[in-house]
Design a protein around this ligand. Structure first.
Ligand SMILES: *[C@@H]1O[C@H](CO)[C@@H](O)[C@H](O)[C@H]1NC(C)=O
Ligand SMILES: *[C@@H]1O[C@H](CO)[C@@H](O)[C@H](O)[C@H]1NC(C)=O
Ligand SMILES: *[C@@H]1O[C@H](CO)[C@@H](O)[C@H](O)[C@H]1NC(C)=O
Ligand SMILES: *[C@@H]1O[C@H](CO)[C@@H](O)[C@H](O)[C@H]1NC(C)=O
Ligand SMILES: *[C@@H]1O[C@H](CO)[C@@H](O)[C@H](O)[C@H]1NC(C)=O
Ligand SMILES: *[C@@H]1O[C@H](CO)[C@@H](O)[C@H](O)[C@H]1NC(C)=O
Ligand SMILES: *[C@@H]1O[C@H](CO)[C@@H](O)[C@H](O)[C@H]1NC(C)=O
Ligand SMILES: *[C@@H]1O[C@H](CO)[C@@H](O)[C@H](O)[C@H]1NC(C)=O
Length: 472
């Protein structure tokens, strides 16, 4: 009690506090003389917490030392301390009550202490004002269910890059949490009760885990959720009502999973969804109306899937969409997706639809496919050429017709501004096919786009060459 009174007394006059901050600065630390008292002890080779800090300390940085142990009340009584950083040390044991005496602490950073592994239930006791806690990369396998019970102000929890196999029960019912970072763990499931009571949660990151089970209605309490990352997991199926009630969702990332079908029950309530990632799955089928209620959608990522066709009805009624990513799918460029070509021409919102079949257009981009018409205006599918034989043209068909058609393709190809030059200049790099395969999804769009275009051009060029040989 006496200590607290003394501290309050000492800390009130501003002028003296600046002076006091510098005067009582621990050896091997630097203390600022600015308005708030910041104590910088990072990279100082410390193996222990300095025994005393200026009582008006506002922030303490002890990053990148070799501290191994935190005793009870390790920092004494520092009533003004708001941020404390202990990242990149070698802490292996934290005595319960280590942070007692830090009544104003709002931010505690302890990331990258890979020997922590285990935390006692009363580790964070008395941190009633703690808003942000960083425990990333601490080799944690679990944390006690009641560890946050005395942290009523906690809003942001960083626990990525640990070894959790389930969503920590400790977050259940934490109605004030807004941001939870759990990426790069080994979480296997999202159970119906994992996220109960998280009524203010806006941001949840579960990317890069091993999630293969998502229970019915497991997100039902998270009605304020805006950003949900479920990408790069092992999800093969989603319950039909997974995202029901998530009316505020703006971004949903389901990329890098093993989904095969997109159900029209998944996105019923996402009227505010702006960005939807479904890339890098095995999607070959999208149910009619699946995107019907996504009236705010700006960008839809369907690239790197197993789609051969995309019925117009999938997008009905047509809402404005800023970008539609469809590259790296085995597109069958027949009359069923002629509408998409028209869309591309009219709205310029679709990029790169390299055709895998029919063989007469394989390697072309859908934009470059010419759909022929019957006299009464019906669309005719591009032909399936028989490339397995040396006879380049299907028997029975007049050679000249195909040849003309072929020539027109070549001229269309060559007429495209700059393309022939690009092919000559880049042929070499495409000998190395890993260049294309290795392009990451994070690559800037421009780069990816131009590479894909080039690759398609190159395929066509090969195709033309082989045809020319065959004709001879
Ligand atoms: C860190 O702590 C662990 C166990 O407490 C110890 O084995 C290791 O040598 C320490 N590493 C350094 C760099 O001090
Ligand atoms: C959330 O914050 C309010 C106001 O700060 C507090 O009264 C309440 O106890 C907190 N809830 C939890 C579960 O800590
Ligand atoms: C996907 O849709 C197809 C076509 O409707 C259906 O035959 C198949 O069973 C569905 N697969 C799954 C996993 O729902
Ligand atoms: C779209 O939302 C309306 C109104 O909430 C709902 O009745 C309808 O079933 C939804 N459509 C789909 C395809 O889920
Ligand atoms: C893609 O779909 C075809 C049938 O539509 C199927 O045979 C093939 O296995 C699928 N590929 C993948 C990677 O799922
Ligand atoms: C392609 O040619 C081979 C060999 O002549 C023949 O057996 C096959 O049926 C042909 N395929 C088509 C689709 O015409
Ligand atoms: C292609 O190479 C020629 C000569 O080698 C050069 O003049 C031209 O600028 C190059 N084009 C591109 C797109 O790099
Ligand atoms: C192909 O790529 C590999 C790895 O990126 C590289 O080491 C090799 O030199 C490349 N070969 C050519 C011909 O560019």
């Amino acid at each position: 009690m006496f200590v607290i009174i003394l501290n309050v007394f000492l800390c009130i006059p501003r002028v003296y506090s600046v002076w006091a901050c510098v005067r009582s600065c621990p050896a091997s630390c630097v203390c600022t003389q600015e308005r708030s008292c910041s104590i910088l002890c990072d990279r100082a080779g410390l193996t222990q917490i300095p025994s005393e800090f200026p009582c008006e300390a506002y922030s303490i940085n002890l990053d990148k030392n070799s501290i191994r142990f935190l005793a009870e009340r390790a920092f004494g009584t520092l009533p003004s301390l708001r941020t404390l950083s202990l990242s990149h040390n070698n802490i292996s044991f934290i005595t319960p009550g280590a942070f007692k005496g830090l009544a104003s602490l709002a931010e505690l950073r302890m990331a990258h202490n890979e020997y922590i592994r285990y935390l006692h239930t009363r580790t964070f006791t008395s941190l009633k004002r703690l808003v942000r806690l960083d425990l990333a990369d601490c080799n944690l396998f679990n944390i006690p269910d009641r560890i946050f019970i005395e942290l009523p102000s906690l809003r942001e929890l960083f626990c990525f890059q640990n070894n959790f196999r389930r969503i920590p029960g400790a977050i259940r019912g934490m109605e004030n949490l807004t941001h939870v970072y759990l990426e790069k763990n080994r979480i296997e499931a999202i159970a119906y009760n994992s996220l109960l009571g998280l009524t203010r949660l806006k941001y949840l990151n579960l990317q890069d885990n091993r999630i293969n089970v998502i229970h019915d209605r497991s997100f039902q309490d998270c009605k304020k959720m805006e950003y949900l990352y479920l990408n790069d997991n092992f999800i093969t199926e989603l319950p039909e009502n997974s995202f029901d009630g998530l009316l505020r969702l703006k971004m949903l990332n389901l990329g890098g999973n093993s989904l095969r079908n997109v159900s029209n029950t998944w996105f019923r309530d996402q009227f505010e969804l702006e960005v939807l990632y479904l890339d890098r799955n095995r999607i070959s089928y999208i149910e009619e109306g699946a995107f019907e209620n996504l009236t705010s959608l700006v960008s839809l990522h369907l690239n790197s899937n197993n789609l051969t066709t995309l019925p117009f009805s999938v997008f009905q009624p047509v809402y404005f969409l800023g970008r539609l990513y469809l590259f790296r799918n085995p597109w069958e460029c027949d009359c069923r997706i002629e509408w998409l070509k028209e869309w591309m021409e009219n709205y310029r919102l679709v990029r790169d639809i390299p055709c895998a079949s029919p063989s007469s257009v394989a390697g072309l981009d859908l934009t470059d496919v010419v759909f022929e018409r019957t006299l009464d205006g019906f669309c005719l599918d591009p032909e399936e050429l028989n490339l397995t034989t040396y006879s380049p043209f299907p028997t029975g068909e007049p050679q000249s017709t195909t040849e003309n058609r072929f020539n027109s393709l070549i001229s269309k190809f060559l007429l495209q501004k700059g393309l022939s030059e690009e092919v000559v200049n880049t042929t070499e790099s495409f000998i190395n096919t890993t260049l294309f395969d290795g392009l990451s999804n994070q690559a800037p769009f421009g780069l990816r786009e131009s590479n894909i275009k080039l690759l398609c051009s190159f395929n066509l060029w090969l195709f033309i060459t082989s045809q020319a040989v065959a004709v001879k």
